[in-house]
Ligand binder design. Structure first.
Ligand code: RI2
Length: 306
């Protein structure tokens, strides 16, 4: 199995996961392809295209994955007239620059998000978002005394990753089951909710781990700020063109083994859509914006593709 095939498999099986991490890992896999044997530039571009196709099909929902691959293929196209060696070197630097930019975006969001947190805040988060974890760690580093409530995030219990990471960082952390969100928001006096995103649509709707929209409903009902933290690589240009985001349906065995309920159809959607009207703000590396500004950001970011 080639290195790229292995990366595609790891993304599919969620050994590699998290919308930003998937994008960066895919770019690194394409960067490796650049060192493959090839007759000429055209042949190497063909390999990148084939590899990109495999990577894009590994998981369907987080748009950061196709956005990252499309970026690499766009740069490849722009450099198609270079000699093989020039092409390799130009591509290596472009891809590495892009990866560094993504990492810087994460840092910037960490700083912006931490500004929104006050000492004494009780914050609830769902699933495991590196972007949200970065914000919470930054707030803690700044000396703010925060408490974080993590949902389990069934079926894959990614909330446990968040809880482990934050608690070992010294942040007081509470774990709850997903269905306890409404009750515990009241009981623990949650001040703010921070979640990540897999895809942001042009109308400001946010697609994130299954259960996010229920958390948003509870936050709205209790008048708690619901904040989405996401790098702009997760904004969907295709949504401007009317494409609907495909919600990944994962294997039912992640929920329960077939043997336990042989006659029951088990469904396992991995993501849901939170309507923009439930979102108070979106934090990107460009700053804080209302969800309604998503269209504008997509226009500025993807102007070249329109
Ligand atoms: P970061 C994850 O998807 C979660 O839904 C998380 O909220 C989102 O990606 C963003 O994560 P999955 O890959 O990019 O766990 O902020 O299905 O790390």
């Amino acid at each position: 199995m080639s290195k790229l095939d292995k990366t595609a498999r790891d993304i599919k099986t969620m050994r590699v996961r998290g919308a930003l991490n998937i994008a960066i890992t895919a770019l690194k896999a394409l960067d490796d392809v650049l060192d493959d044997e090839a007759r000429d530039t055209k042949a190497l571009i063909r390999k990148l295209e084939l590899g990109g196709k495999k990577l894009k099909s590994a998981r369907p929902t987080a748009v950061s994955l196709p956005n990252a691959v499309n970026y690499a293929l766009l740069v490849a196209k722009e450099n198609r007239l270079l000699s093989l060696e020039e092409f390799r070197s130009e591509m290596h630097s472009s891809l590495n620059r892009f990866i560094i930019e993504q990492e810087k975006s994460l840092e910037k969001i960490g700083a912006i998000g931490a500004n929104l947190i006050e000492s004494g805040d009780v914050i609830l988060t769902h699933c495991n978002s590196d972007t949200v974890v970065t914000i919470l760690k930054k707030a803690h580093d700044e000396g703010k005394k925060i408490k974080v409530v993590c949902t389990e995030s069934r079926p894959r219990y990614q909330g446990l990753i968040t809880a482990k990471e934050l608690s070992s960082y010294g942040i007081p952390t509470i774990l709850i089951v997903d269905s306890a969100v409404h009750l515990m928001m009241k009981k623990l006096k949650v001040d703010k909710v921070f979640v990540g995103a897999d895809t942001v649509c042009s109308d400001g709707d946010v697609i994130n781990k299954i259960g996010t929209s229920q958390v948003a409903l509870c936050a709205k009902e209790l008048d708690i700020d619901f904040i989405v933290a996401t790098e702009s690589i997760k904004f969907s240009f295709e949504s401007v063109m009317g494409s609907l985001v495909l919600i990944e349906e994962r294997d039912p065995s992640e929920v329960i083994s077939k043997a336990k309920l042989p006659k029951v159809k088990v469904m396992n959607p991995a993501f849901d859509v939170t309507d923009s009207s439930y979102i108070d703000m979106i934090i990107t590396e460009h700053g804080i914006m209302p969800p309604q500004a998503a269209y504008q950001l997509i226009g500025e970011k993807f102007r070249s593709r329109a």
